[in-house]
Ligand binder design. Sequence first.
Ligand code: IMP
Ligand code: MG
Length: 173
Amino acid sequence: MKTSLLFSEKQIEAQVAELAKQINLKYGTEEVIAVGILKGCFVFFSDLIKHLTTSTICDFCSVSFYGQSIRAKQTASLSLNMSQPIQDKHILLIDCIADHGYSLKHMQDHILRHKPKSLTSVVLISKPEAHKTASIDFSGFRVDQDVFVVGYGIDYKEEGRSLPYLAQLEDLN
Ligand code: IMP
Ligand code: MG
């Protein structure tokens, strides 16, 4: 897998701290349920919640798409649901990367049907198309639509998740 550096560990650390600062300002002392979209969120999720000063409950979900393409299809389904009720709770939805925004939008619609007190979405990285599809409150980094990112929990065909930095895939065809 040929890659080139996009954002270093230090840049990510600073950006995650900055995102947490804004999230802390938003919630004050209110309890929040942090919902991570697996698998890609797991590194970002664990680093982000360590900075949260509000009382935080952790939960996870997963969205699957029909078909094998690494590019998301619009046909999404929930393959892992959250483990606790979200009605009247503040929900912080955490995703690693929003490309066309389909998975984020799918989860947002699902969560909103269960009437939370509020819903805030944070992604580590977003591409322009995602902002047209889903409502993204906080985005750590923005990259061009044609950039394919790996590292820091994000994979290409299950490879690259353990890289401590964010890299761009060089030989994607
Ligand atoms: P969506 O188009 O925002 O729904 O993205 C769906 C999923 O495609 C993401 O959650 C990732 O799993 C995957 N994906 C999209 N863009 C990238 C990328 O640049 N690197 C790795 N996975 C990606
Ligand atoms: Mg993937």
